[in-house]
Design a protein around this ligand. Sequence first.
Ligand code: SAH
Length: 393
Amino acid sequence: MATPSARTATELGVPAVRPSDETRPIPLQMAPKRRGKPPKHFADLTPEERVASVVELGEKPFRAKQLAAHYFTHFTSDPAEMTDLPKATRESLATTMFPPLIRPTKRMEADGGTTVKTLWHLFDDAKVESVLMRYPNRTTLCVSSQAGCGMACPFCATGQLGLTRNLSTAEILEQVRAAFRSLDRGEIPGGPARLNNLVFMGMGEPLANYKAVIETVRALVAPSPQGLGMSARNITVSTVGLVPAMRRLTDEGIPVTLALSLHAPDDDLRSELVPINTRWSVDETLDTARRYFEVTGRRVSIEYALIKDMNDHAWRADLLGEKLNARGRGWVHVNPIPLNPTPGSIWTASERSVEDEFVARLRGHGIPTTIRDTRGSDIDGACGQLAAEEDDE
Ligand code: SAH
């Protein structure tokens, strides 16, 4: 008997729109082409290295802690604001330790100013974007970990760019500091606030830039003044499913939330939607995600962009439910998101009724399922829409 997994969409009479019909497949790129490195920055260093660096500059060791407090507690790298440092050395110390790394060149707002997308220029003119979203009782920043992305997912705008390069730890942390700063200074409607949530769902595949991303996470969770004092559970690392890096993350002992961009429960389709699937299969990836839950106790999120007539069939919802339940209960929840359109793609979001059926099927299998919001889609700031374009109107 044919199981749902053995059936293809075509066999089921569903007109399958294949990525290859409309987009030239772009090659997977695991590592960037060699590029110059951004200047070393205070935020690239461990607390011990920060001390060593200030001593090397002829300063007392405790200056490192003062600089850390300016950067991580007051969100500043401006020497004029560092009045507890001797005037004579303030300027040179700050300019050496905090070289400018990212420069905002465009800011777009939606939702009455509570959603803000910023385009950043990096030292070598590479471009990335971050999106700050303020909700009534929480604030979330979506950061980029790479300029471009090498994962080549055909429905994602960033995936069409290819990989320019990895960001350094400080280039990622500077996006975070900017968000903390603008919330702290009351620049986002709703009064001063702190950043509560951080998602690595901007440009790039975070686990393909593992070292910089994990060092960023360490600084995010380190208590003040050596870090931003965020809670690991409020940090989400989203991945296409780089299995070896997922295993490495499992063993770090930092219980961040892991999001797995699955988008299809069957290898046939997933290999088209998420090309890395040709290297690590759905089953292998789900097993690795399940182990993440066992070791960290953190429930894994499965991301699933609902694409009309592509991956939104009821049988795929059933197959997904079965595959998740085969690995136990209570370890996972599913976050379907209606596809956000990207330029040049003929794909669209699933019909509302199809989306409802997909969700109902998963819930029928006992899988907690919540539709993810598409905040920022009106400023091309929603999931999968970041392309760092600069078409200035
Ligand atoms: N590379 C990582 C993180 C960046 S993408 C990853 O793939 O997980 C963040 C999320 O947006 C992922 O779940 C991704 O699959 C999803 N996404 C990409 N393009 C999208 C689109 N056009 N509409 C909706 N979600 C999309």
